[in-house]
Design a protein around this ligand. Structure first.
Ligand code: DLZ
Length: 164
């Protein structure tokens, strides 16, 4: 996700669109739960602070980041939500597994984004170690769950403007 130089949790950018009448689904991976829970909490707290009620935020968990693609696909095709936030945390280990999972998730979610019109936000941390993940889940580099929530609101607004 973003670098130290481009920390969306702090950078204001364009105005955050206000819209209470939207539904957002968060799908989060249980692997590295302490990190993914913090990312999810960051996203939910931000959405609520920006006017969404609990009824308009739904969450589902999946076992690992690899499952985010299939789950996000099903959520999109259910047509119940204006955006999906996919949250995960993949930490590099001693085998090439990290590369396979990261590639599968990033390409899978990217392809899914272009196959249909419900925005899927990439809220997956891919880090070399646990500390880098902690730093980005409410630590010194902000909370990337918050950034994912901001991106969801902006992409929903983009879709709304396009329909006018
Ligand atoms: C197996 C595995 C490993 C080693 N590491 C992670 C990880 O760091 N983050 C994560 O979200 N999931 C991991 N997984 C689980 C896979 O994503 C997936 O759940 C399993 O391979 C079963 O399909």
């Amino acid at each position: 996700m973003s670098s130290v130089q481009n920390n969306l949790s702090e950078v204001k950018g364009s105005k955050i669109p206000k819209n209470k009448n939207i539904k957002i689904c968060i799908v989060w991976a249980e692997w590295n739960t302490e990190i993914t829970s913090a990312l999810k909490k960051g996203a939910i707290d931000f959405l609520k602070a920006n006017g969404l009620s609990s009824a308009n935020i739904k969450e589902y968990s999946v076992p690992g980041a690899f499952e985010l693609v299939a789950a996000s696909r099903q959520i999109c095709y259910s047509k119940k939500f204006n955006a999906v936030i996919s949250i995960g945390c993949v930490i590099r280990g001693g085998t090439p597994h990290f590369e396979y999972i990261c590639q599968a998730v990033s390409i899978g979610l990217s392809q899914l984004n272009t196959q249909q019109n419900t925005p899927i936000i990439f809220g997956v941390l891919t880090t070399d170690n646990l500390q880098q993940a902690i730093d980005r889940a409410g630590g010194v580099h902000g909370n990337k769950g918050v950034e994912a929530a901001i991106t969801a609101l902006k992409m929903i607004d983009f879709n709304k403007k396009l329909k006018k």
